[in-house]
Design a protein around this ligand. Structure first.
Ligand SMILES: [Cu+2]
Ligand SMILES: [Zn+2]
Length: 188
């Protein structure tokens, strides 16, 4: 009975949210009814790794059944340009993002397509900036968790945005090029 009550409440709040947001086509399309929008448990502020350290975006991470939902927006990009973004192993953005280390890879897999369960745990799909230089992501990375006691935890790791697109093939970085922005995954 308790479980039934909880799911009814969740469904109710999802419906209310959908109604409130009905004026905003863009957000409405991102909400999948079968996937209630959880409060993000972790977040990362994305900052350029040049001397300015400008805030250019925000990523949110929330636990879902299959893994971690990664969603957010990055601004001030070159319009109509595709960029690689990954979760790197260390929660540090020093030395122009190099202290973040390599792609988060707890299972010692090769680099690959983010949907491939045998690729790096930190591999994510490329993002493409629109005509205004804004790119969004809303992706469920299977196998990851926000549980900081797990070896698959995203906590205290770092997003790295690269200058080029990821070809999902070249080892070990996908040919993604220089590190241009970084954000440490932290609690809200
Ligand atoms: Cu990377
Ligand atoms: Zn990788």
């Amino acid at each position: 009975m308790r479980t039934l009550k909880t799911s009814t409440l969740l469904l109710g709040s999802t419906l209310v949210s959908a109604t409130l947001l009905s004026g905003c086509q863009n957000i409405q399309n991102q909400i999948k009814p079968a996937q209630p929008l959880n409060e993000p448990e972790l977040q990362a502020t994305i900052q350029s790794v040049d001397g300015n350290q400008a805030n250019i975006g925000q990523m949110h991470l929330s636990q879902v059944a299959e893994g971690v939902r990664v969603y957010g927006q990055i601004n001030n990009l070159q319009p109509n340009t595709t960029y690689a973004i990954h979760i790197h192993e260390t929660g540090s953005c020093d030395d122009a993002g190099h202290t973040a280390g390599g792609h988060f890879n707890p299972d010692n897999n090769p680099h690959g397509h983010p949907d491939d369960p045998n690729s790096h745990a930190g591999d994510l799909p490329n993002i493409t900036a629109d005509a205004n230089g804004t790119a969004t992501m809303d992706y469920i990375k299977k196998g990851l968790t926000v549980d900081m006691n797990s070896k698959y935890s995203v906590y205290n790791r770092a997003f790295i945005l690269h200058a080029h697109a990821d070809d999902y093939t070249t080892q070990p970085t996908g040919g993604s090029g220089a590190r241009i922005a970084c954000g440490i995954v932290e609690k809200n």
